[in-house]
Design a protein around this ligand. Structure first.
Ligand code: NAD
Length: 252
């Protein structure tokens, strides 16, 4: 029946953590809606994989999460297509390694716009669809860099990801009246395009591994499982406003 369908929106679902997350929900029969920044080919591939993995439907949209026009147009397209959205995963993001002294002002703004303002825009624009769902939750993909400054990421990324934790906590309190839960995950290093260059240097990789008492760098699927746990009421129905570290014991 249509009203029993479950839908998840994953921003930046074309690759990396977003792709693994979309496929995790696909295995549970969700309808999958992914957004991508530029790689339509990857988005199409992920949508096809989602359908083969059990998704009830799979759609992909090009959205720039840092643009209110782009995000609100996406929300209006979705509201014509779907009855509601159960889960929003604010995953899209960009990295930056610049220090306070070196960071270019444009770059600072870009990182804040994508990594912090993006999740705010998408949550705001999709709230009407989340409110229509029989149950709903939001999971924000922050970072260990939002919890400690002792990371290789730069000032803009650390500030954006810390801001996203604040946004998570405030939205959790505000949206509790609609029974919408809001949580965040904070991964340490994960093997994706974002970290590929950094970790391609064997010495840096060894140092990165050594930071984690469990001794290894996470795979996107490790993060996807934590996101799934926080999203699904059967697993976490009394958890909201929380930050779940997936960091191999690096930050406790
Ligand atoms: P990735 O580079 O593989 O994926 C980033 C995704 O964001 C892509 O799908 C891209 O399409 C999307 N994106 C980028 N800019 C966008 C924009 N302006 N509008 C819409 N979409 C945009 O990286 P990933 O590692 O899979 O990163 C996913 C999330 O996980 C990010 O928020 C990142 O900060 C976070 N994270 C990653 C790591 C890591 O080590 N890889 C660690 C902690 C947190």
């Amino acid at each position: 029946m249509a009203d029993q369908e479950k839908y998840v929106v994953v921003t930046g679902g074309d690759r990396g953590i977003g792709k693994a997350t979309a496929l995790r929900f696909a295995r549970d029969g969700f309808g999958i809606i992914i957004t991508y920044a530029s790689r339509r080919d990857l988005a199409e591939e992920t949508a096809n994989e989602a359908l083969s993995s059990g998704a009830s439907t799979a759609m992909y949209y090009q959205v720039d999460v840092s643009s209110w026009d782009s995000v609100s147009y996406f929300a209006s397209q979705l509201s014509r297509t779907l009855p509601y959205v159960n889960v929003l995963v604010n995953n899209a993001g960009i990295i930056d390694y610049s220090s306070l002294e070196d960071v270019d002002l444009e770059r600072w703004r870009r990182v804040i716009d994508v990594d912090l303002t993006g999740p705010f825009y998408v949550s705001k624009a999709l709230l009407p669809l989340l409110r229509k769902a029989p149950w709903a939750s939001i999971v924000n993909v922050s970072s260990i860099a939002g919890q400690t400054g002792n990371v290789v990421a730069g000032v803009a990324y650390v500030a954006a990801k810390a801001g996203l934790i604040g946004l998570t906590k405030k939205m959790a309190v505000e949206l509790a009246k609609y029974r919408i839960r809001v949580n965040a995950v904070t991964p340490s290093f994960v093997e994706t395009d974002m970290t590929r260059d950094y970790l391609s240097d064997p010495e840096r990789r060894r140092q990165a591994e050594a930071l984690h008492p469990l001794g290894s760098i996470a795979e996107p699927e490790d993060i996807a499982e934590a996101i799934y746990f926080l999203a699904i009421p059967q697993l976490s129905r009394n958890i909201t406003g929380q930050v779940l570290g997936i960091n191999g014991g690096r930050y406790t």
